[in-house]
Write a protein that binds this ligand. Structure first.
Ligand SMILES: Nc1nc2c(c(=O)[nH]1)N[C@H]1C(S)=C(S)[C@@H](COP(=O)(O)O)O[C@H]1N2
Ligand SMILES: [Mo]
Length: 202
């Protein structure tokens, strides 16, 4: 492997020097756009639950109170929206999908995140385990604002941000890959920002 100090790669400019910006993206800095395909659902915490269903031996369900009692992790991550903004070092807290999926027995290879409001998105199971994804309910140490997916959203920082389903209520496990909302509308099935997988065929 060639040793090249990152500070000497590319032209001057923080984004190029740090290597944190995937191709075609720009740093939105302090902004945090809201991108929602429909109205913001408002589910009362006493009505909220999270389920893991589909191809599992026994489905599991957590109420809000039960979810709050699960082991938590703090996450700092860069996020990348397919509309080309990236936001560096966002800070979240929530429950790792490793913890949630430990509660079920499954031979599935895919997970479909199911949300209040009907949004869905599909992910390979291997992408959401081993520290790849969380269901987060705190952003910057505050309850996640409803427009950003509160009370709880999926966070999958290594894929384009449309995979980070807001208002998530369920994880459905499947042995087949079932395209979700944006994937059905022509977006890439996988969505790796580093390979610029924006649209089907990229
Ligand atoms: N339920 C749901 N989740 C969603 C969306 C949506 O419309 N509905 N939009 C996706 C897209 S395209 C992006 S870029 C991010 C935007 O999250 P933000 O509004 O917190 O920036 O949420 C993703 N998750
Ligand atoms: Mo997006």
């Amino acid at each position: 492997m060639t040793f090249v100090s990152r500070g000497f790669v590319g032209r001057p400019g923080a984004d190029r020097d740090t290597g944190k910006l995937p191709p075609g993206q720009y740093d939105i800095g302090g902004g945090f756009p809201v991108l929602s395909a429909g109205p913001t659902p408002r589910t009362a915490l006493e009505d909220w639950d999270l389920t893991v269903t589909g191809e599992v031996a026994e489905p599991v369900r957590w109420t809000w109170r039960e979810f709050q009692a699960l082991p938590r992790e703090d996450v700092t991550a860069d996020i990348h929206c397919v509309t080309k903004w990236s936001k560096f070092d966002t800070t979240w807290s929530g429950v790792s999908l490793d913890t949630l999926l430990d509660a079920v027995e499954t031979a599935a290879d895919y997970v479909i995140a199911v949300c209040d409001g009907g949004y869905t998105t599909n992910l390979p199971l291997e992408d959401v385990v081993d520290g790849g994804a969380w269901i987060v309910d705190l952003y910057d140490d505050e309850p996640l604002p409803a427009e950003h997916g509160g009370p709880a959203r999926l966070l999958v920082p290594h894929l384009y941000f449309w995979k980070s389903a807001k208002w998530v209520r369920g994880l459905r496990l499947s042995s087949t890959d079932e395209p979700g909302f944006w994937e059905t509308l022509g977006y890439h099935d996988y969505g790796d920002p580093w390979r610029e997988q924006r649209y089907a065929g990229d």
